[in-house]
Design a protein around this ligand. Structure first.
Ligand code: NAD
Length: 360
C-alpha cells in the first residue's frame, strides 16, 4: 500500500524555495484539570479583573465551575455569543469592557465565544480560533475576516475535562473543522516544513482521537488526543494561508447561512479531491497521517465513521443555489494548488450537495 504512494520529501520542497516561519508568543497550558491553574495564570499575567465571556442562552455547562474557580477576579460576564460575531454583539461587549474597566477577557467556549473575546481564551471546541490572529465580524449579512496580532490570545488553557460535555456530534463536526485547517496547511502557498510537521501530527491525532470521542464521549484520553490535534490545527491555521476548502466554507456559510463546522465536515473530502492531483506530497502526508491509501477517500471515510452530516442538502442548502455558490467561490482568485475553475467548482459543489463518491 505504502509502496505506490509518491515519496514524501522531508521539507515538501519548501527548504529550496525558502520560507518564513513566525512563532507566536503564546503560553499554552494543556492538562486534564488545567482549569484549576487559571487563577495562577491570570496572576502571572497581571490580570486582576477580567470579563468572562461565555454563552448565556443556554448557559455554558461549565460556567458555574469557572466562576467559582476565578472568584473575585471576575468583574462581570458577557453572554451574547453567536456564530460569526455580529458587529452589534462585539460593540456591546466593548461597551461592557469600557464600563467595567477590566484588564483582560477570559473566553470559555468554542470558536464563537473566542471570536467575540479573542483576548485570553479558555476554549472547548476544536475550531482552533484561540491559536490564530484571525478575526471575523458580520454586519448586514456579510462576514469580513482579517488578521491582526492584537487579537491573538496570550494565554490558552486547554483542559480536556472541560470538553467532556461537548456533544459527540458537535465534537465530530468541530473536529473535522480542525482537520481542514491541517489539510489545507499542507498544500498552502506559503507552507513551510515546520508547520507541515505540525499539520501532519494534528491529522494523526484527530483521526485517532475523534472516533474514540464519538464512541465514548467520557473518555478523557480520547478527549485529550482530540484537543491536542485541534490545538496543532489551530497553529497551522494561524501560520499559513488557507485555500479552496476554507474559501468554499466561508462562501457557503456567509451567503447561504449554513452552520460553520458542519459545512466544513461536508466539504472537506470534496475539496481534497479537487486538489488531489495538484498536491501529491500533501495528499501523501494526509494519507500517511490517516493510515489510508488515498487522502480524499480517507477523509470521506473518517467523516462517515464520525457520523457527521455528509451532504449540503441535509444542511439546508437550496438545490438552486449551486450556480450562485460556484460563481461566488470562483469570483476573487486566490492561491490554490489547482487553479479555481468555475465549472469544476460547480461539479464539486454538486457532489457535496448529493453526497456519493468523491472523485477528482
Ligand atoms: P461554537 O463556538 O458556536 O460552538 C458550537 C456549539 O458547541 C455551541 O452550541 C456551544 O454552545 C457548544 N459548546 C461549546 N463548548 C461546549 C462545552 N464545553 N460543552 C458543551 N457544549 C459546548 O462553534 P465552533 O465551531 O467552535 O466555532 C465557529 C465559529 O468560530 C465561526 O464563527 C467560525 O468562523 C469561527 N472560527 C474562527 C477561527 C479564527 O481563527 N478566527 C477559527 C475557527 C473558527
Amino acid at each position: 500500500m505504502h509502496g505506490s504512494r509518491p515519496s514524501i520529501r522531508a521539507d515538501g520542497g519548501a527548504l529550496a524555495r525558502g520560507f518564513v516561519h513566525e512563532t507566536a508568543p503564546v503560553r499554552v497550558v494543556f492538562a486534564a484539570g488545567a482549569l484549576a491553574r487559571l487563577p495562577d495564570e491570570l496572576d502571572r499575567a497581571g490580570l486582576r479583573r477580567v470579563l468572562l465571556v461565555a454563552e448565556a442562552q443556554p448557559a455554558h455547562p461549565q460556567l458555574p465551575e469557572v466562576l467559582a474557580v476565578l472568584g473575585p477576579r471576575v468583574a462581570g460576564t458577557f453572554g451574547e455569543v453567536r456564530e460569526h460575531v455580529p458587529v452589534a454583539f462585539a460593540e456591546r461587549a466593548r461597551a461592557v469592557v469600557a464600563e467595567l474597566g477590566v484588564d483582560g477577557l477570559v473566553a470559555l467556549g468554542g470558536g464563537s465565544t473566542t471570536g467575540l473575546a479573542k483576548a485570553v481564551a479558555l476554549t472547548t471546541t476544536y475550531a482552533g480560533s484561540e491559536m490564530t490572529p484571525i478575526y471575523g465580524l458580520t454586519e448586514h449579512g456579510v462576514k469580513t475576516t482579517g488578521r491582526d496580532v492584537r487579537v491573538r490570545p496570550s494565554i490558552v488553557v486547554y483542559d480536556p475535562l472541560l470538553t467532556l460535555s461537548l456533544p459527540p456530534d458537535v465534537s465530530a463536526a468541530s473536529g473535522i473543522n480542525a482537520l481542514a485547517h491541517s489539510v489545507e496547511a499542507l498544500y498552502a502557498v506559503d507552507a513551510n516544513p515546520v508547520v507541515s510537521l505540525i499539520a501532519e501530527e494534528s491529522i494523526r491525532a484527530l483521526a485517532e482521537g475523534l472516533p474514540r470521542v464519538v464512541a465514548a464521549p467520557d473518555d478523557v484520553d480520547a478527549r485529550a488526543t482530540s484537543l491536542y490535534g485541534a490545538w496543532l490545527a489551530g497553529i497551522a491555521l494561524g501560520s499559513v494561508s488557507m485555500a479552496l476548502h476554507h474559501k468554499l466554507c466561508h462562501t457557503l456559510g456567509g451567503a447561504f447561512d449554513l452552520p460553520h463546522a458542519r459545512t466544513h465536515a461536508v466539504v472537506l473530502p470534496h475539496a481534497a479531491a479537487y486538489n488531489a492531483q495538484a498536491a501529491p506530497e500533501a495528499m501523501a502526508r494526509i494519507a500517511r497521517a490517516l493510515g489510508v491509501a488515498q487522502a480524499p477517500q480517507g477523509l470521506a471515510d473518517l467523516a462517515h465513521r464520525l457520523g457527521v452530516t455528509e451532504t449540503l442538502r441535509e444542511l439546508g442548502f437550496p438545490a438552486d443555489g449551486l450556480d450562485r455558490a460556484a460563481d461566488l467561490a470562483a469570483a476573487a482568485p486566490y492561491p490554490n494548488p489547482r487553479p479555481i475553475e468555475r465549472d469544476a467548482i460547480r461539479a464539486l459543489l454538486a457532489r457535496a450537495f448529493d453526497g456519493g463518491l468523491v472523485s477528482a
